[in-house]
Design a protein. Structure first.
Length: 619
């Protein structure tokens, strides 16, 4: 046995000697005449026992006090003994802080339960363990570095809050894996309700992954999608789409309400069986100024954040379009469907310049060189084309499409086939948004303020039946409005947690963004204009304002099926590493002072009992 503070053992002599001296000191008493000494024999015996320098008599209390002093001094000297045990782990605690962790099905919020379990992991740290805490929300965040300080880890865990966003667990596990993989006995503890996509294609080496499930029930109804589009029938109306899903096993009946400035614009009663989904459509007149709308469902469930959404509808902007074609009735009619499109047509040989037009559509033929502008190239190319044709394939169809791109929203190519389709190679500044059987079918690109779109298929009836489908005018309208920047100058719909680029001019100075809860954030504007705002972690409407009258309104929504599906999930699919390491043998100094302190308390209790028993017996 060894001591951390061996010099404190020197206190035994003075403290022990002091106790002995207290028992041999002569007590000065006043002489008093009494009638009899029979009742005072015990007192006389004590007087004789405390005579100076007399031999000490056996005294239980003195012995107990000497032992108590010895125990106290030994405890202060901190004795320890060395042993070996498992320890030395490097543990990354990953706590899910997404919207589903706000569910209250565990008697409190799931995030509070996850924090309780995380603190338990910290409390059970083994010798020479180091831990760190990471938050897994829309973007992973390392809250601490590796430390053995339990207090620091507990403070970091207590500071965690759930946000109204999705969770990017793959990036969080990747970050945790990168931080622990180079260490021995590496471990990742994930505390989550499992509401995330399978975590695949991550390199974890020999890192052990432990999953701690959170959640018990599935009582939830949520908004899983919200958007709007303008009517393609020529009427000046806007259609707001709201998709609601019942994740409960029981049927639910509730109202879906559309509000403006806290006033109800329209409401529908919805009855859903367990697991059912309902798409709702609200029709409104075209607004003359940006219109802010809120969607709310009055279902009482365990997750409130997905019971609301917001949307900003900007007024329709007139578009001046020029169609360069030898004649395409279907394409021309599709362009004229939108009453806000002012269409002009010209033969390829008569085309001079795109000046004065928001969008120019080249049908099959285009000049080799063009100035910057907004162009739609239909089965043709030019110097400003976002793709180059590398060949032509026969009897083709579209096999994959990026429905999240504005050009392909609500567009379903289905089983349509074309007699021929050009195989496109995207330019470095463009991206493929639809894929044919032999190559890129639709390519979109942006250079500064210029936008361009290329299709490998023709948009006439001679080469396929696509012009006869419902998706045809939707595709043409989407393409026209995207190319003309018609729907992104005043408003925008984003997913909570996403960064938003605010296209403010340099003269705007700095921007002030008002969040849905009324709090304000400052955003710096670069020397070339523009600023980035990334604190979109609340559902609702955001307003950015700056100098020279700059104003931008946009809405952020959760609207995520995975987050709303709060059903308890087993261990999710995780790509783990090699053999599990639970630690390695380390030398441990095991402190003995807690045991000595416990013995001291027991001894003092016995002394108290012995003293009171003696008084009772002698009295």
């Amino acid at each position: 046995m060894s001591f951390f503070n061996p010099l404190l053992l020197l206190l035994l002599a003075p403290f022990g000697g002091l106790i002995v001296v207290m028992y041999i000191l002569k007590l000065r008493r006043k002489d008093v005449v009494v009638s009899s000494t029979y009742l005072w024999r015990q007192v006389i015996r004590d007087v004789q026992a405390n005579a100076p320098f007399q031999k000490l008599r056996k005294n239980l209390l003195m012995l107990l006090q000497l032992i108590a002093v010895a125990l106290a001094v030994f405890a202060l000297a901190r004795p320890f003994w060395r042993s070996t045990g498992l320890g030395g782990r490097s543990v990354a605690i990953v706590v899910d802080t997404s919207a589903s962790m706000l569910a209250t099905d565990v008697g409190r919020s799931r995030i509070d339960e996850a924090k309780r379990q995380a603190r338990s992991i910290v409390d059970n740290m083994k010798p020479q363990d180091v831990m760190m805490v990471l938050s897994a929300g829309a973007r992973p965040l390392a809250v601490t570095g590796f430390t053995a300080d339990r207090s620091e880890l507990a403070r970091a865990i207590d500071s965690l809050e759930a946000h109204e966003t999705t969770t990017n667990m793959r990036d969080a596990v990747n970050l945790a894996g990168a931080l622990v993989s180079s260490r021995s006995a590496a471990q990742i503890d994930i505390l989550s309700d499992g509401g995330f996509a399978p975590v695949t294609n991550v390199s974890l080496g020999k890192t052990r992954v432990a999953f701690h499930p959170i959640g018990k029930a599935s009582r939830n109804v949520g908004i899983t999608a919200v958007d709007y589009r303008r009517s393609l029938t020529g009427e000046n109306t806007v259609e707001v789409f709201v998709t609601v899903h019942n994740f409960d096993d029981r049927p639910r009946t509730f109202n879906v309400e559309l509000l403006h400035d806290q006033s109800t614009v329209d409401a529908h009663e919805v009855a859903l069986k367990g697991g059912e989904e309902s798409p709702d459509i609200f029709e409104l007149p075209e607004p003359s100024s940006p219109l802010t709308l809120n969607v709310r469902i009055d279902a009482k469930d365990d997750l409130a954040v997905d019971n609301r959404a917001a949307i900003v509808v900007s007024p329709r902007r007139d578009i001046k379009a020029l169609l360069v074609s030898d004649g395409n009735v279907f394409l021309e009619n599709a362009l004229r469907v939108d009453t806000n499109v002012e269409l002009s047509t010209v033969k390829p040989a008569s085309f001079i310049s795109p000046a004065g037009f928001d969008v120019v559509i080249f049908d099959v033929a285009a000049p080799k060189t063009l100035p910057e502008g907004n162009y739609l190239f239909v089965a043709c190319g030019s110097s400003q084309s976002p793709a180059t044709a590398t060949g032509v394939a026969e009897n083709q169809s579209v096999v994959d499409a990026n429905r999240s791109h504005p050009v392909l929203k609500y567009v379903d190519f289905g089983p349509n086939r074309w007699t021929s389709m050009a195989e496109g190679k995207p330019a470095g500044w463009a991206q493929e948004i639809a894929t044919g059987e032999s190559g890129a079918a639709v390519v979109a690109g942006e250079k500064g303020k210029m936008r361009a779109l290329w299709t490998g298929f023709q948009l006439d009836l001679a080469h396929g039946s696509f012009p006869l489908t419902v998706s045809y005018p939707i595709f043409i309208s989407n393409a026209l409005r995207w190319l003309a920047h018609a729907d992104d100058t005043e408003s925008e719909q984003v997913r909570t947690g996403e960064a938003v680029t605010l296209n403010a001019p340099p003269s705007a100075g700095h921007l002030t963004v008002t969040r849905p809860d009324g709090s304000k954030r400052d955003v710096a504007v670069g020397s070339r204009g523009g600023g980035v705002f990334d604190e979109t972690d609340l559902v609702g409407v955001y307003t950015a304002e700056g100098g020279n009258g700059f104003r931008r309104t946009f809405a952020a929504n959760l609207a995520d099926y995975t987050e709303s599906d709060i059903r308890p999930k087993p261990r999710p699919e995780l790509t783990a590493g090699g053999p599990v390491e639970v630690g390695h043998r380390v030398n441990v100094a095991r402190d003995l002072w807690p045991w000595l302190a416990a013995l001291l308390l027991g001894l003092l209790a016995f002394e108290w009992w012995a003293f009171h028993r003696r008084v009772f017996v002698t009295s």
